[in-house]
Design a protein around this ligand. Structure first.
Ligand code: HEC
Length: 151
């Protein structure tokens, strides 16, 4: 009984954490939509929180689902270790924020048109644009979990 109770407590602590973390991210997103300026510290904090959430939540199934999507849809242009048509993706999670990576996977066209880092990358890759593949946010999060697992 005691063990079960302890397990329950751990699970609820974790859920409270996830709830807290996601509501944090939500608040900032709303601010972003209103174009309210976000200080660097807040952005850093959000990056850390999102990072922890993805690491905590990513189980083996999520990671292998992410790998499968990557292997089917992305390997025409990307390899993990080497640059081909697109950049090598090993270590991308240390170069870019979680939000950035997810946005790039979900809507590369908008990112290449508006985001300064994506624009710079486009120039570096001879103006070959990454193709939008209709990946939704949930699948992009799985791919991100896979990238984190091979970081
Ligand atoms: C048609 C080729 C192509 C396909 C398919 C493609 N990409 Fe890309 N990707 C690129 C290119 C080229 C870039 C560099 C930016 C640019 O020129 O658009 C890039 C950039 C990226 C970046 C940023 C890398 C960095 O160093 O910051 C990520 C992340 C990424 N791609 C993930 C993916 C994922 C995940 C998929 C599959 C769902 C995918 N790409 C499919 C060509 C492609």
């Amino acid at each position: 009984m005691k063990i079960i109770n302890r397990f329950k407590t751990t699970v609820s602590t974790f859920l409270v954490f996830v709830f807290f973390a996601s509501s944090c991210t939500e608040t900032v997103k709303k601010e972003e939509n209103n174009q309210a300026p976000i200080s660097n510290e807040v952005q850093q904090e959000v990056a850390v929180v999102t990072d922890e959430v993805v690491k905590e939540v990513a189980d083996e199934t999520t990671i292998s689902e992410g790998k499968e999507i990557f292997d089917t849809k992305c390997t025409v242009c990307h390899k993990i270790e080497e640059k081909v048509i697109g950049p090598a993706l090993k270590g991308v999670t240390t170069r870019r924020s979680d939000e950035w990576i997810i946005k790039m996977i979900v809507d590369p066209t908008a990112m290449l048109a508006n985001d300064p880092d994506a624009k710079a990358l486009l120039a570096e890759f001879n103006n070959v644009p990454m193709t939008p593949l209709g990946i939704d946010k949930e699948s992009a999060t799985k791919i991100l979990a896979y990238f984190k697992s091979i970081e």
